[in-house]
Design a protein around this ligand. Structure first.
Ligand code: PLP
Length: 375
């Protein structure tokens, strides 16, 4: 029992709830017998492009595939690509898979997103692109990064894997040049099981992405590129179309939940809630805070375990900054990325998914306050 006599329910960190609409949509594709990529995927692409306000969308079978296609279409071997040191590994590993070199830049302590000043410091003659991540659904500094990219003639590849429905100065993050990559993994703001999408208004680029998505096949059995099979199935696309129709209401709920959590937790000492960049409208995918273990007199593990005893599941996104990943040793030290290094040691994600009830949210707030010994 929490003080006040409220019973404890176990609240997961993320939850997917599909209703009859998704089940019927998937069933209808299964019954049609047309399981591979076809007209349902094409329709999903058109709807997704329209929803973000851009010309083209290319569906793929994961967010990782989306990144690899963007990198393969834009980069040459030996190019350097600036990515945040604090992100999911695929943002950087796919740069290597595309034959280019990731260069890490530190993140901003207020937003947890790529720090434009550090990006500018990392630019060399070989730099070809920057990959800002809209981490946890909080848009990166689109304006600052676009100014730098223009000034240095760099391409921008946005990792919006966690940011479906987020906006910057009123424009959906999926509509900014050059290309935007999404994931539809089940924990994201919308899902197709596994899946991904690229959006762009560049007609030449979209042709290249489509070619690379399917074996580099220009006409039947004639291959003009070393391509892949990254096609989405119509089964996944049927799920995606239905999820897309629900996206704006799901994102609204996520925003309301994040606002309730922020209000309930903002005065807790030893807990830092990231700020949105100026002009950004987040689509909160996770409610990730940074704790101050010294002030709380408690390690992050102890904090997590204590919350679990109150029925609140948490997760750490991400426990290692990229420069500390075994695959990236030699790419910098903790002193080169002080913010990212500190965040990796102190962040904790709380649930913010649409189906959380007011009672669930109250339980999360009470639990955090109790564990942090806030009044
Ligand atoms: C920031 C970021 N980039 C890329 C990906 C990769 O997406 P997927 O898991 O669909 O391959 C993810 C998803 O986990 C992500 O969070």
């Amino acid at each position: 029992m929490l003080s006040g006599g409220h019973s404890i329910r176990n609240i997961p960190i993320a939850q997917v709830r599909l209703d009859r609409r998704e089940l019927l949509a998937v069933e209808s594709v299964l019954r049609s017998g047309h399981l591979r990529q076809g007209t349902v995927t094409e329709d999903f692409e058109n709807r997704f492009a329209r929803a973000v306000g851009t010309r083209h969308a290319v569906a793929v079978n994961s967010g990782t595939a989306a990144l690899l296609l963007a990198y393969r279409a834009i980069l040459k071997a030996g190019d350097e690509v600036i990515v945040p040191d604090f992100t999911f590994a695929a943002t950087a590993t796919m740069v290597v898979a595309a034959g280019a070199t990731p260069v890490f830049a530190d993140v901003d302590p207020k937003t947890f997103n790529l720090n434009p000043k550090d990006v500018e410091r990392k630019i060399t003659r070989r730099t070809r692109a920057v990959v800002p991540v809209h981490l946890f659904g909080n848009p990166a500094d689109v304006r600052g990064l676009t100014v730098i990219a223009r000034r240095h003639k760099l391409r921008l590849i946005w990792d919006a894997a966690q940011a479906h429905g987020a906006r910057f100065r009123g424009t959906d993050v999926g509509a900014f040049p050059d290309v935007v990559c999404y994931s539809f993994y089940p924990s994201k703001n919308m899902t197709t099981g596994e899946g991904g999408m690229l959006t762009t208004s560049d007609a030449a680029l979209v042709g290249e992405l489509r070619l690379l998505r399917s074996h580099g096949e220009e006409s039947r059995y004639t291959h003009v590129r070393i391509g892949f099979n990254f096609r989405m199935t119509d089964v996944a696309a049927a799920l995606g179309r239905t999820q897309l129709a629900k996206l704006s209401s799901a994102v609204r709920r996520r925003r309301e939940n994040a606002a309730i959590l922020s209000r309930g937790l903002r005065d807790v000492r030893g807990l830092f809630i990231p700020k949105a960049s100026r002009g950004a409208t987040p689509a909160p995918n996770l409610f990730t805070v940074a704790i101050d273990p010294e002030r709380l007199e408690m390690s992050r593990d102890d904090f997590q375990n204590a919350l679990a005893r109150y029925g609140v599941a948490t997760a750490v996104h991400y426990p290692l900054p990229l420069h500390r990943q075994p695959i990236f040793t030699g790419k910098g030290s903790d002193a080169d990325f002080p913010v990212s290094t500190r965040l990796a040691a102190t962040v904790l994600s709380l649930p913010v998914y649409p189906d959380l009830t007011r009672n669930n949210l109250r339980q999360v707030i009470r639990a955090v306050r109790a564990v942090a010994r806030a009044r």
